[in-house]
Design a protein around this ligand. Structure first.
Ligand code: NAD
Length: 467
């Protein structure tokens, strides 16, 4: 409405990447009212399930058909390697829309047990207007985690992407329109979190906010909902996930899982395996293997280089924050095993080498704070009880892992780790059939799987008496 824009700086080289519309309150009002109008009209929610499915499947196909364009846009915004954008982010975004498209004509309601003269239908009905507020680390993946189930359930959506990653959100919406999604069903407003994000979360005509981002902002979102219309809130927040390696584990497999689990996407992953809890006797051997895997496999390079496995951090300010946290950790007594330094500064981009640090204790700042960079913290432990205690001694509960050849112990420990996902002898394996989300201050509500539909619906009972 105002015509204002801001410049997005490219993480790959620090140069301007484009002008992004700086939305305001008036834009949120327009988007919410267009979403409400579409919902009230029934143009989407009352459409034949098979028709909805066809539109969403066409959308998934269009995402695949524009894979290279979307991958390049994602890389310009985020600095992640273009090959990762293409083979992981775009692929998973299309697969997610397809997964939920397939659910459109497979969702059943219930008939509750009653006496013979009554019939009680328990209907699962869409909530109305969903506000989705998303982060910049996996923009398209996380956006489609919200859009897929919210739209399959029949809602309208207003998406506010992170200001660092607006390009693919806008393109996804254009492709949805091309696929036949009716106007008003999916709206995007770009702009700053404290402006449009807050306006969306405070809006009196939004029924729910599906938020992914930091724990700090997640708490604000709950406050906005509480002080306005008590809209529902689902929060996918931060993490400091423990990966426990016992002395009997396959150390090669563990080293590979830790390195990829922590350094992939330059550590800008909410469930990254950032806390390595290693049984004391194997710490040195394990760290040596992590160093080997990192040097051999996790190539840090310009994101447009096809060989790059990891690229740049999201922005200058974040680069500074990561390096400051490392410095503070060293001052507290942490020891650097390798890496964790700014590199490729001559490109103008924001690159940090994968780094491993020995923390003085599980209370050290490097062991507690979410750094969101390629920084692994190593903490030795003695015995199973201490491993589990350290693993759970954190505000977060997003993910965790245990490496051991003793399957009884693997299952015992996996039950005891307080986290939404626990891996045994692997890391970061998942598919759309498994729910994803956190315990504790990692949030509540789940993305992915059939269960994600539930959070965008409510139950409605329709009771009929036969005479
Ligand atoms: P962030 O919390 O700073 O921003 C997330 C979104 O919230 C952005 O769109 C931002 O514009 C918006 N926002 C900021 N302030 C706001 C406000 N006052 N009101 C409304 N909206 C506001 O997070 P980020 O830096 O974009 O992303 C990194 C964080 O996201 C990390 O903590 C990471 O762990 C978390 N994350 C969690 C998951 C998960 O599934 N649990 C996935 C990815 C990222």
């Amino acid at each position: 409405e105002t015509g204002l824009t801001f410049t997005r700086i490219r993480p790959m080289d620090g140069k301007p990447g484009g002008q992004i519309a700086r939305g305001g309150i008036a834009d949120i009002d327009r988007a919410v009212s267009s979403a409400r109008k579409a919902f009230a009209s029934g143009i989407w929610r009352k459409k034949e399930p098979l028709e909805k499915k066809k539109i969403m499947l066409r959308w998934a196909d269009l995402i695949r058909g524009h894979a290279e364009e979307l991958a390049l846009l994602e890389t310009i915004d985020t600095g992640k390697p273009v090959m990762a954008s293409l083979t992981v982010d775009v692929r998973l975004a299309a697969d997610c829309i397809q997964y939920y498209a397939e659910m459109c004509d497979k969702l059943y309601d219930e008939i509750a047990p009653t006496g013979p003269n009554d019939r009680a239908l328990v209907r699962k009905v869409p909530l109305g207007v969903i506000g989705a507020i998303t982060p910049w680390n996996y923009p398209m993946i996380i956006e489609t985690w919200k859009l897929g189930p919210a739209l399959a359930a029949g809602n309208s959506v207003v998406l506010k992407p992170a200001e660092q990653s607006s390009l693919t959100a806008v393109r996804l919406a254009e492709l949805a329109t091309e696929a036949g999604l009716p106007d008003g069903v999916f709206n995007v407003v770009t702009g700053y979190g404290e402006e449009v994000g807050k306006a969306l979360a405070c809006h009196m005509d939004v029924d729910m906010i599906a938020f992914t981002g930091s724990t700090e902002v997640g708490k604000l979102i709950m406050g906005y909902a509480a002080s306005t219309n008590l809209k529902r809130v689902a929060l996918e927040l931060g993490g400091k996930s423990p990966l426990i390696v016992f002395g009997d584990a396959d150390l090669d497999a563990a080293a590979s899982a830790v390195a990829w689990g922590c350094f992939y996407n330059s550590g800008e992953t909410c469930h990254a395996s950032t806390r390595l809890l290693a049984e004391r006797g194997v710490v040195d051997a394990l760290v040596a293997k992590i160093k080997e895997v990192t040097a051999r496999e996790i190539t840090l390079a310009h994101p447009l280089e096809p060989s790059a496995q990891i690229g740049a951090l999201i922005e200058d300010a974040h680069l500074g924050k990561v390096l400051d946290m490392v410095e503070a950790g060293l001052r507290e007594g942490a020891k650097r095993a390798f890496g964790g330094e700014r590199v490729m500064g001559e490109t103008g981009g924001y690159y940090v080498s994968p780094g491993v640090f020995f923390a003085p204790s599980n209370n050290a700042s490097l062991a507690r704070q979410e750094i969101f960079g390629p920084i692994l913290t190593v903490i030795p432990f003695d015995g199973e009880e201490e491993a589990v205690r350290f693993a759970n001694d954190t505000l977060y509960g997003l993910a965790g892992a245990v490496f051991t050849t003793d399957m009884s112990r693997a299952h015992r420990v996996s039950e005891d780790i307080q986290a939404g996902t626990v891996w045994i002898n692997c890391y970061d394996l998942s598919n759309f059939a498994t729910p994803f989300g956190g315990f504790k201050q990692s949030g509540f509500g789940r993305d992915r799987s059939v269960h994600a539909i539930d959070k965008y619906c409510d139950y409605k009972t329709i009771w009929q008496r036969f005479r």
